[in-house]
Design a protein around this ligand. Structure first.
Ligand SMILES: Cc1cc2nc3c(=O)[nH]c(=O)nc-3n(C[C@H](O)[C@H](O)[C@H](O)COP(=O)(O)OP(=O)(O)OC[C@H]3O[C@@H](n4cnc5c(N)ncnc54)[C@H](O)[C@@H]3O)c2cc1C
Length: 361
């Protein structure tokens, strides 16, 4: 409660009426808040970071063509430019590199994948995303690897830190765990501890599955573990993807990951996953590199049953909204869906059907 009173004493003009109360400062809440502010909306962001917060653990990989069948992200032609535009705008604003463009070499693991690639290469829709098939002697890839384009990674922690300091500076950030029972839904909006907002939008990541307004949505959270390594061996400069991946990051370290597990009985890092990740990393390479594990983290992805986000307002309480369900692709998807949601809120445009929660019956 002390955070809230500090907020009140610092608010300009002691104004307790705002447009949008946002719960959660992962990638979803941060980017939505920022986009709303760009449209002149007033926001307040409430966040209590928990150890498994996906955005703080994520590698931030950006990869438009995924899976064994090399499927191009739906609406890639809109989604990718929107993400690149936003990250470059934030880089200018905060004078810091946030997005690192980096080619990816996708190891061809079997004849089936080879056939899928050959088919995709004849499809003009893939021309911007798939390059040549290459041989790289550092890679354990008897069938070669294919270059993937428009790939890279977002430094998620840097982005969250920049936006958090911006929110803190503007006195629109409170560190606290929101208790659902403190929210009163009124005719004109919601109220929370003397604060009035036109709406509340929950951006809670996987814990959103317990939210009393939205616990009917079919979340399918997936735990993931990831390692940060230091190595003196000569390793590829590109992102290497062979199911598991190896990512050279800008501080000279490498990240490798990630496990994928629907069992959430423990959300902590496990020795078993660490061994599995080291083994998988070694399998990507011709020679076993020397390495030291610098960090081992786990988080929970807010995945959904149909693999599409959950966006929209509660069917009866239209002041209560959700912006969630970005699964394993938050860094690529969130900017475009935030744009669409902001347009829906400010101009009344329709939400993209695949993400609109009204699809769930
Ligand atoms: C191991 C791993 C690797 C990943 N790798 C990638 C990748 O390479 N590329 C990619 O695009 N995505 C990746 N992801 C997925 C990505 O992390 C998510 O898509 C994205 O971060 C989801 O962001 P979010 O804001 O919805 O959720 P979160 O990051 O979980 O944020 C939710 C926030 O809300 C807060 N919160 C929740 N409830 C409350 C409450 N009641 N009161 C106050 N605060 C609350 C939480 O504490 C948290 O800070 C990975 C995820 C994991 C776990």
């Amino acid at each position: 409660m002390s955070g809230i009173s500090t907020y009140y004493t610092r608010m300009a003009g002691n104004n307790r009426d705002i447009d949008t109360l946002i719960i959660g400062q992962g990638l979803a809440g941060s980017i939505l808040a920022w986009q709303l502010m760009q449209h002149g909306q007033s926001v307040l962001v409430v966040n209590q970071e928990y150890a498994t917060s996906a955005s703080r653990v994520a590698a931030g990989l950006f990869n438009p063509v995924t899976g064994q069948r090399f499927v191009l992200q739906a609406k890639a032609e809109a989604i990718i430019p929107a993400a690149r535009r936003l990250y470059s705008q934030l880089e200018k604003q905060f004078r810091q590199t946030l997005f690192f463009a980096k080619p990816m070499l996708r190891i061809i693991r079997n004849e089936k994948e080879l056939a899928a690639i050959q088919e995709r290469k004849t499809d003009p829709a893939y021309a911007d995303y798939l390059g040549d098939t290459v041989q790289n002697k550092l890679l354990n890839a008897p069938l070669g690897a294919i270059e993937q384009r428009q790939t890279g990674y977002l430094d998620t922690n840097a982005l969250l830190d920049c936006l958090k300091s911006c929110f803190v500076e503007q006195h629109i950030y409170i560190t606290t765990q929101l208790d659902y029972s403190d929210i009163t839904v009124t005719e004109s909006g919601i109220s929370w501890n003397d604060l009035n907002a036109k709406r509340i939008i929950f951006c809670e990541g996987y814990v959103g599955r317990n939210n009393p307004w939205f616990n009917w949505l079919p979340f399918q959270p997936a735990k993931g573990e990831i390692l940060t390594l230091r190595s003196n061996s000569i390793l590829p400069d590109q992102i290497i993807n062979g199911g598991r991946w190896l990512l050279p990051v800008h501080d000279g370290n490498y990240k490798t990951g990630a496990t994928y597990d629907h069992d959430l009985s423990s959300t902590k890092p496990t020795e078993h996953a660490k061994l599995e990740l080291v083994d998988a990393m070694q399998q990507l390479l011709t020679d076993k590199p020397d390495y030291e594990v610098m960090d081992h983290q786990s988080g929970v992805r807010p995945n959904t049953l149909d693999k599409n986000p959950f966006i929209g307002f509660h069917p009866e309480q239209h002041q209560v909204g959700i912006f969630n369900g970005f699964g394993s692709k938050g860094s690529m998807l969130i900017p475009w869906y935030a744009d669409e949601f902001v347009k829906h809120i400010t101009c009344g445009t329709d939400m993209p059907a695949e993400a609109d929660i009204s699809r769930v019956k």
